[in-house]
Design a protein around this ligand. Structure first.
Ligand SMILES: Nc1ncnc2c1ncn2[C@@H]1O[C@H](COP(=O)(O)OP(=O)(O)OP(=O)(O)O)[C@@H](O)[C@H]1O
Length: 377
């Protein structure tokens, strides 16, 4: 995530940051369905109905399947992105997590606790304290100052005035708005208003932040700023996040893992590197076609065994999380192959052929070091 001992950055996102798979997940979702329409609950149980195309199903039953048999875990400390085109089911899926939309079938647990079995009070607590939502339309109160907007949620919780103003001040500073506490929302840019919305969600100190396309209304530069803010919050605080977007570059920038949705299904769930480097099918391959591979893929994919002990001991040392783009720079600068080193051990070597092979999307052949054109799956 940070520059390694050799000054090799892995682009700041934390490529290679792998949330520990052995720890218990924050959210655990199994076989989740959301069907809109009359007698929706007959659809998940019926092989015949579930096999129909969306159009056939609508014609025969009047139902729309928004989420179709989806299972995944969100691990502590990760930024889990739900990505897909408009209508693919992203918002419905994430709203089901806290039952803002009632699932039709399947189970959801938060920290092992069944969300389906929660009563009204527990659900209120879940939405306020455990999994707070940051919306695209941040719903700020126009007549209140920035500070009071941020403190609003704490006021509802019954926190005393001095304490909530101190806490709100801390959050305002955390999102980079120190000095603007006394302004009203109308005196802020769209990006600054979004930061107030973020500070308000953070003030409740939720275990998970759920973002629903939070930045899609912002202009590109401010949007980039906000993405960096999210990455920073995730990295510095280790706060778990679920982030909806239809924008692939945003997903790649903020996500530790990405669930790519199509027609209510998750067609692939994996790290940006897995999605771009090993697309699960032609749909995903098409989706990631224009991604600059060298900025997402790491030297792990370009590595080959060292030819001899000499090669394994010379050349610049790179961490396994180094992007191919940074490795190309290191190899070009020094004019020799670079070693991929982890905890003092040389895992392999990258050279210009192996790095260019990854950029070109070629598959490594069994004969060490060679590449061949990738054939469509
Ligand atoms: N209340 C509803 N009643 C009927 N159908 C719905 C309802 N809400 C959503 N849908 C349908 O469910 C599907 C998934 O919608 P959803 O809003 O979850 O998609 P999305 O990926 O978030 O889209 P967008 O990016 O446009 O917000 C769509 O076909 C949509 O028309």
């Amino acid at each position: 995530m940070s520059a390694d001992g050799n000054g090799n950055s892995d682009n700041g996102r934390g490529i290679g940051k792998t949330a520990d798979e052995t720890v218990a997940p924050v959210f655990s979702v199994r076989n989740l369905w959301k069907v809109f329409g009359p007698k929706a609950d007959r659809v998940p149980g019926s092989d015949e109905l579930a096999a129909l195309t969306p159009e056939e199903l609508r014609e025969r039953t009047g139902c729309t399947v928004a989420v179709r048999d989806v299972s995944f875990d969100v691990r502590p400390g990760e930024c889990f992105v739900v990505m897909g085109l408009s209508g693919s089911g992203k918002s419905t899926l994430v709203r089901c997590l806290t039952r803002l939309i009632e699932p039709t079938a399947g189970t959801i647990a938060i920290d092992g606790e069944d969300v389906g079995g929660m009563d009204k009070g527990a659900l209120r607590d879940l939405r306020r304290h455990r999994a707070a939502m940051v919306f695209q339309h941040f719903g700020l109160l126009p007549h209140r100052t920035v500070l009071d907007n941020v403190a609003y949620g704490l006021e509802i919780q019954g926190m005393g005035k001095a304490e909530r103003r101190a806490k709100a001040g801390e959050m305002v500073a955390k999102v980079g708005l120190a000095g603007m506490e006394g302004r009203r929302p109308g005196q802020l840019s769209g990006g600054q208003q979004q930061r107030v919305g973020l500070a308000r969600a953070l003030a409740a100190d939720p275990e998970v932040l759920l973002f629903d396309e939070p930045f899609s209304a912002l202009d590109p530069l401010i949007r980039r700023d906000m993405q960096e803010e999210v990455v920073r919050l995730n990295r510095d605080e280790g706060r778990t996040m679920v982030f909806i977007t239809h924008d692939l570059s945003e997903a790649l920038r903020v996500g530790d893992r990405i669930a790519l949705m199509r027609g209510g299904r998750v067609v692939q769930c994996g790290t940006p590197e897995e999605i771009v480097g090993s697309p699960a099918d032609d749909y995903v391959r098409d989706f990631v076609r224009d991604v600059p591979r060298e900025q997402v893929l790491t030297v792990r994919r370009a590595m080959r065994p060292a030819h001899d002990a000499g090669e394994a001991a010379t050349g610049p040392a790179l961490s396994p999380a180094t992007t191919v783009a940074d490795a190309i720079e290191a190899v070009a600068r020094t004019g020799c192959s670079a070693r991929v080193v982890d905890a003092g051990r040389c895992l392999g070597v990258v050279d210009s052929t192996s790095l260019l092979g990854v950029v070109a999307g070629l598959e490594r052949t069994p004969s060490m070091g060679g590449f061949e054109e990738k054939t469509a799956a």
